[in-house]
Design a protein around this ligand. Structure first.
Ligand code: NAD
Length: 493
């Protein structure tokens, strides 16, 4: 098997150390590729290439925004031509059902097209200013930040990369990108497309390797102007500390433990269906997962019974054969999820369904976990407090609206949340009280390229997607013009 390489300064290269890492198919534990394993020295080369591209050759940065937008559109067109292959790679490398991987590729294509159109549209502002210093004209221009390092997790291998790459590229930055070592294959393919469409040398660089070495270097290196990160809160905190040296601009999309609040007047079947999407989509490996169901006491038993019936009917299998759920991303992650399940039982939650590894038939060697529901949970339980990042949901009950709000907010995270009710005023009242950046009423998990995505509290800093997502990768410069050159007379008093 060929060793997959990094893309640095317009060339495909192996790491200096020549070390490699195996990419494992989580459905059966087999090796699907070998990938070069980079180190700090390789990260430094990539940073140097990006620095030269931004500050010396300046080809990408200085390209007019219409031409830059055209090239970004070409990226989208090239991904579209290879849509099936991208989906197959992510499904095999990560474990998500093929149809979910196909949706991710569609979203990735739209994301590039969205930012291509946004960069071609007018931006900046012109301001009416007071005339204390005579007639002045004030306006703003948006400029790229410079060398941007980007680090992503494994749960949406292609899409989490694209949410960062599309706006940063469109804005004219030079980039060093590092995906999670667990799933790198679709991002390698994406960089092949960057090369094919003719992105200038050094403007986009791909490094591969461990977060503790390469990732930390990207956060710490003083030649990096900005670091954006999606991943766990713990690593996000270490990135904040490492980035302090040169006061890098920073963007953090971190973990979550999101409440799904269901009132007794909600459409029960609808709430069950969305709760399933909330927690079992992508095997529950979703930052915004509705992992805490908070439900009005009077309908809890009926709801849990129906949810368990539906969860038990979920098909599990090889993701390429389109079951409802595939395997978790790795053996170690599966074991982490199973440990949480064990803890849930030990701490007194009632296991309603699932709770174990799934090893039937061809799944014997894969990292599958059955959809799991815990009832009778309380705020102090580990499974209610900590992000599990798997197909595990807890159920708690409330009697009053205020109790529901308090329970929803009793978390250090603030990424997402939902409310289900037939009462429109209550829906708006409760959703406004939930301290989270992404919220839904009578649905769970839909997300759009056009709308900003990001968290409150320990779920992050800044926003991706939408206009905000582009502005994160831009500096805003204020330009003030004196329209009456000559003596102001300030010192003539
Ligand atoms: P992780 O924090 O372990 O790793 C994320 C990335 O950081 C990987 O590329 C990893 O190699 C790198 N990394 C690890 N240690 C590092 C260090 N010391 N310095 C720099 N980089 C380092 O997270 P994960 O397990 O890959 O992903 C799961 C987490 O991501 C969950 O907490 C989930 O909620 C979060 N997530 C958040 C969002 C969001 O939009 N808020 C989206 C997806 C995932």
């Amino acid at each position: 098997m060929d060793v997959k390489k990094m893309y640095i300064d317009g060339c495909w290269v192996e790491s200096e150390s020549k070390k490699t890492r195996a990419s494992i198919n989580p459905a059966d534990g087999s090796v699907i590729a070998y990938v070069t394993e980079g180190d700090v020295a390789d990260a430094r080369k990539a940073i140097a290439a990006a620095k030269t591209s931004f500050y010396v050759t300046r080809e990408w940065r200085d390209m007019d925004s219409q031409s830059r937008g055209d090239l970004v559109l070409k990226i989208a067109d090239e991904i579209e031509k290879e849509k099936e292959e991208f989906a197959r790679i992510d499904s095999m490398d990560h474990g998500k059902p093929l149809r979910e991987a196909e949706c991710d590729v569609d979203d990735a294509i739209h994301c590039f097209r969205y930012y291509a159109s946004l960069i071609k549209a007018p931006h900046g502002g012109v301001y009416e200013v007071n005339e204390g210093f005579g007639k002045m004209h004030s306006y703003t221009v948006h400029e790229p930040v410079g060398v941007c390092a980007q680090i992503t997790p494994w749960n949406y291998p292609l899409l989490m990369g694209v949410w960062k790459l599309a706006p940063a590229i469109a804005a004219g930055n030079s980039i060093v990108f590092k995906p999670s070592s667990n799933c790198v294959l679709s991002c390698i393919k994406l960089f092949e497309i960057f090369e094919k469409v003719g992105m200038p040398k050094g403007s986009v660089n791909l490094v591969l390797g461990a977060g503790s070495t390469i990732g930390n270097e990207l956060a710490e290196n003083n030649d990096v102007d900005m670091i954006t990160f999606t991943g766990s809160t713990e690593v996000g905190q270490s990135i904040m500390r490492a980035a302090a040296g040169n006061v890098k601009k920073i963007g953090l999309e971190l973990g979550g433990k999101s409440p799904n609040v269901i009132f007794a007047d909600a459409d029960l079947e609808g709430a069950v269906e969305w709760a399933m999407i909330g927690i079992f989509l992508n095997q529950g490996e979703i930052c915004s997962a509705g992992s805490r169901i908070i439900i009005e006491e009077s309908i809890k038993d009926k709801f849990v019974k129906r949810l368990a019936e539906r969860a038990n009917a979920i098909t599990i299998g090889n993701p390429l054969e389109n079951p409802d759920m595939g395997p978790l991303v790795s053996e170690s992650h599966m074991n982490k999820v199973l440990d949480y399940i064990k803890k849930g039982v030990e701490e007194g939650a009632t296991l309603i369904c699932g709770g174990e590894r799934y090893t039937e038939g061809k799944c014997a060697n894969g990292y599958f976990v059955r959809p799991t529901i815990f009832d009778n949970c309380t705020d102090d339980m580990t499974i209610v407090k900590e992000e599990i990042f798997g197909p595990v949901v807890t159920v708690q009950t409330f009697k009053t609206e205020q109790e529901a709000i308090d329970m929803a907010n009793n978390t250090e995270y603030g990424l997402a949340g939902a409310v289900f009710t037939a009462d429109g005023s209550r829906a708006l009242r409760v959703i406004k009280e939930i301290r989270a950046g992404i919220t839904w009423i009578n649905c769970y998990n839909p997300c759009f390229n056009e709308a900003p995505w990001g968290g409150y509290k320990k779920s992050g800093i800044g926003r991706e997607l939408g206009v905000h997502g582009l502005e994160e990768y831009q500096e805003i410069k204020q330009i003030n013009i004196n329209l009456n050159p000559g003596i102001v007379g300030w010192y003539e008093h």
